[in-house]
Design a protein around this ligand. Structure first.
Ligand SMILES: [Zn+2]
Length: 395
């Protein structure tokens, strides 16, 4: 069991081979759903995607790689509640299970077998991601409750449940018409994709606590050394690491130098609260990080673990286009845990929670707030953050 040999580095970084399996599954499942739709094995109402939508993904204008070659699964479970999963495992039925079963009638032996293998591949990937990452719930599009439940189901019971399922256990994750418009016009951006994933996710930042500070729980020496190493690799300055993890300034500076082959930046750290809401792009990046961070805390991570897991996934997802440096991410979580100069509200148009300003220099009215995608302002204020940003790929 994991608990017997738990190491502080467990579940912090999504291993490359799992990220690769997610990408492969995204590509493969689209072809599989297309075939199932065309051979009437299961209807559009179950998969939440049509053959016309799939054609849109395949059109040259659509940026297929941006959509499918990500670390996020593009399908989510057809069962979204713990009660439905419990019933499936116990061989009982619920309204959701019956409606899925009724929608996929008269499965022959061959169809049944293809459902079984595809469901098995999906669930085994889901369980692997859950075991390997604190940010599994956002990656898989599931709630924290379902994540917790699935982690404790014995494998043989899950296997029997999959064998009994006469319907697909997954469906397409993004159902907003605007998404299909963006995709077919070639205007889907990395940021808007994250918006659609946040919008449909059962993990909402306005439902989760603003959370704890680094150091609230205290660490063992092994934990402190492990966290310090990850923080440095993700671009934290030596001073941040020495303050956070009880390391001497000299030791932190030399560790930074060893990892990056140059000296740690000195001088004032970025602490401007205004930065996070200065442009739609900054707001989007700060909100995506907060979404992943709070999900990690909700999955049982402590504050340093949540910073590492969320920031590593954020960086991996945006690649060279990331704008939120780790120092800013730390400053953001500290601000949100200790004062109310920033707040989280749901967009009045689409309901997706976003970070808004609530301070002396800028107040955004919660009952009038519309997000960057609904106001189509993501192109405004483009450009990299000023100053030096770490170049090391930690993953
Ligand atoms: Zn919106």
């Amino acid at each position: 069991m994991l608990e017997d040999s738990a190491h502080p580095s467990d579940r912090l970084l999504l291993p490359r081979w799992i990220a690769e399996r997610i990408r492969h599954f995204n590509y493969q499942v689209i072809d599989w759903i297309d075939l199932s739709l065309k051979s009437s094995q299961a209807p559009e109402s179950v998969f939440k995607i049509s053959t016309e939508d799939i054609e849109k993904i395949r059109e040259p204008a659509s940026d297929k790689a941006k959509l499918l070659a990500t670390s996020f699964l593009m399908v989510e479970p057809t069962l979204s509640k713990v009660e439905d999963w419990e019933a499936l495992i116990d061989a009982r039925t619920t309204t959701q299970i019956s409606s899925l079963t009724d929608a996929c009638p008269s499965l022959g032996q061959v169809t049944r077998a293809t459902f079984y293998y595809q469901n098995k591949a999906y669930i085994s990937l889901l369980i692997e991601v859950l075991n390997m990452s604190f940010v599994a719930a956002p990656i898989c599009g599931i709630s924290l409750d379902v994540a917790r439940f699935l982690l404790q189901v014995p494998q043989h019971r899950l296997e029997s449940a999959i064998a009994r399922s006469a319907f697909p256990l997954f469906r397409w994750r993004i159902t907003v018409p605007l998404f299909w418009h963006d995709l077919s016009t070639g205007t889907l951006k990395g940021e808007s994709l994250m918006h659609y994933l946040m919008r449909g996710s059962p993990v909402r930042i306005d439902d989760l606590p603003a959370a704890e500070l680094i150091g609230d729980r205290g660490f063992t020496r092994l934990q402190a050394e492990t966290y310090a190493d990850f923080f440095l690799r993700l671009g934290a300055r030596a001073s941040t690491v020495s303050e956070s993890f009880h390391m001497t300034a000299t030791a932190a500076r030399s560790a930074y130098k060893r990892i990056h082959d140059e000296s740690s930046p000195v001088g004032k750290k970025p602490t401007s609260v205004a930065w996070y809401v200065e442009s739609s792009r900054n707001r989007m990046h700060a909100t995506v990080f907060t979404w992943l961070y709070r999900a990690a805390l909700g999955a049982g991570a402590n504050a340093p673990e949540a910073h590492i897991a969320a920031y590593a996934l954020y960086r991996r997802q945006f690649g060279g286009d990331f704008v939120l440096a780790l120092e800013r991410a730390c400053s953001l979580t500290r601000t949100m845990a200790t004062d109310s100069t920033l707040a989280v509200v749901a967009c009045r148009s689409c309901g997706t929670p976003y970070i808004i300003a609530n301070n002396d220099t800028k107040v955004e009215l919660p009952n009038r707030y519309h997000c960057p995608v609904c106001t189509n302002t993501l192109n405004h204020g483009r450009g990299r953050a000023k100053g030096k940003i770490d170049k090391t790929d930690p993953s």
